[in-house]
Design a protein around this ligand. Structure first.
Ligand SMILES: CC(=O)N[C@@H](CCC[C@H](N)C(=O)O)C(=O)O
Length: 372
């Protein structure tokens, strides 16, 4: 019987957030914890900074998968918690510390109470970027241990603690990162006519870009283009010869992603001509939409209703992205939102999810998986 406090594990992990494919301390923490469990019940394989852990069943006829993402974000924490991030400028502001603690809780339960089937726990790096799910899916380790069904969860600050929200079919959007580099001709602030000002060009791009979604995408088929970072110039009296924009594109349909990119490229050509500059575009990493298998999702909803353990909300699609979508493209399963009741949302420096959700999710998922 496990007496581990998974809230404390979450707190340990909360203090060591690392960016995608740099999760060395996180991986070591996970491995050290797993090594403390009876070694005859599981096998473990390292994959880059992630981990596959197979918990052996008693008479396996299938493998049930659970995926937890493990990376943090480049955010300076402002929660005021007594266990803040010890890594400057890094924070678990998307709940991956919760996801890992819950994954370890489920794993621990089944190491102590094996079921008939095998279980595969996937601790996946780089969900926030550049994406670990797709290469993990293609890895030899995954080929050897590929699950027949797979589940994942994501914390949801907007739902009350313990609520479960999901829907069959499309849950999260298609995503593409967007990196733009503007190059012109810098010069003296007093002689603008002799320069090609990249602050003006980049600003025009950001302003005109706002019309792409509103005038090209069917309002019932949502899309979002967000520029999250703008960088240009050196000092107040020099006209900038370079500007850089970093953003992301989100679309519910794949067709809209193609259309939005075509319109962005047309706008780029126009800005290049108007402002006499060159613009390099790089789409970075792209994630496939999260599409919940309807039959698996219904089975989970039925379980929730019959167990009376919690409330299940049928939610709308969200414009968030998740590279777990690649796993669901090849393996039936689902992702769901886990309510953690925080006034601050995902990717916010003050995000402070309610830790009661941890034991609740472990209890729910061990119960569900145990009866499959
Ligand atoms: C759940 C969540 O917040 N996921 C991230 C995924 C980011 C993908 C990529 N870096 C991008 O920005 O396009 C999200 O921001 O939705």
């Amino acid at each position: 019987m496990s007496t581990v406090d998974f809230k404390m594990i979450r707190r340990d992990l909360h203090q060591i957030p690392e960016l995608g494919f740099q999760e060395f301390k996180t991986q070591k923490y996970l491995m050290d914890y797993i090594s403390s469990l009876p070694g005859d019940r599981y096998e473990r394989k390292q994959w880059k900074t992630g981990l596959f852990v197979k918990v052996r069943g008693t008479e396996p006829s299938k493998t049930i998968g659970f995926r937890a993402d493990i990376d943090g974000l480049p955010i300076t924490e402002q929660t005021g918690l007594s266990f803040p991030s010890r890594h400057e400028g890094r924070m678990h502001a998307c709940g991956h510390d919760f996801h890992m603690a819950i994954g370890l809780g489920i794993l621990t339960h089944f190491v102590h109470h094996p079921i008939k089937d095998d279980l595969l726990f996937i601790f996946q790096p780089a969900e926030e970027g550049p994406g670990g799910a797709e290469p993990m899916l293609r890895s030899d380790e995954m080929k050897e241990w590929k699950p027949d069904v797979i589940f994942a969860l994501h914390i949801a600050p907007e739902y009350e603690v313990g609520a479960i929200a999901l829907k069959p079919g499309l849950l999260f959007a298609n995503t593409s990162e967007l990196f733009l580099t503007f190059k012109g001709k810098g010069g003296h602030a007093a002689y603008p006519h002799q320069t090609k000002d990249m602050i003006v060009a980049a600003s025009a791009f950001v302003t005109q870009m706002q019309g792409i979604v509103s005038r090209n995408v069917d309002p019932l088929d949502s899309a979002v283009i967000t520029i999250g970072k703008m960088e240009a110039g050196t000092v107040q009296n020099i006209i900038a010869e370079k500007a850089r924009l970093e953003g992301t594109i989100r679309t519910l349909s794949e067709a809209s992603m193609v259309k939005v990119k075509a319109k962005l490229e047309a706008l780029i050509k126009g800005i290049e001509t108007t402002y006499d500059c060159s613009i390099d575009v790089d789409y970075g990493s792209m994630y496939h939409q999260v599409y919940n298998d309807p039959a698996c999702t219904q089975d989970f909803l039925d379980y929730i209703e019959e167990s009376g353990k919690t409330e299940a909300i049928i939610c709308k699609e969200a414009m968030t992205g998740e590279d777990f979508g690649y796993m669901l493209k090849e393996i039936p399963g689902f992702m769901f939102w886990l309510g953690v009741g925080s006034p601050y949302g995902l990717h916010h420096a003050k995000l402070d999810p309610d830790e009661k959700a941890i034991d609740h999710a472990i209890n729910l998922m061990t119960g569900y998986i145990g009866q499959l």
